[in-house]
Design a protein around this ligand. Structure first.
Ligand SMILES: [Fe+2]
Length: 123
């Protein structure tokens, strides 16, 4: 469906990333619980704490470039959030710092993959 994009590569990326993000959410929820907090579990409350606005799925599924651009914005929001968490926990909470660093690295990788995809020449 991804016009002009290597559709299978994009689909594979999003399927893998969805699994990764779910795993990351579990790690964060566990850490929040360990610290005595309550993870935000209701989807309606997620956007308030996000660093990128929720974006409705594109109506035009053939607009792969737009889908990728939307996702890059979301990745950048995640990078900003984890970067803030890394700075906040540095020298204070090594366990959360290690987790934030791991997740930051994942998100930078996601962003880079998508940026490289956009930069590839398309037919
Ligand atoms: Fe991501």
């Amino acid at each position: 469906m991804a016009e002009g994009f290597p559709g299978e590569e994009l689909a594979e990326h999003f399927a893998e990333e969805a699994k990764d993000e779910l795993g990351d959410a579990g790690k964060l929820a566990r850490r929040i619980t360990e610290l005595g907090g309550d993870p935000v579990v209701h989807p309606k409350d997620w956007e308030a704490g996000a660093h990128a606005p929720w974006t409705a799925p594109r109506q035009d599924w053939a607009d792969a470039e737009g889908i990728v651009e939307d996702q890059i914005k979301a990745e950048r929001g995640a990078v900003e959030a984890y970067n803030n968490l890394v700075k906040m926990t540095f020298g204070k909470d090594p366990v959360t710092y290690a987790l934030a660093t791991e997740l930051l690295s994942d998100e930078v990788g996601h962003e880079e993959f998508l940026e490289n995809l956009l930069a590839k020449p398309r037919k």
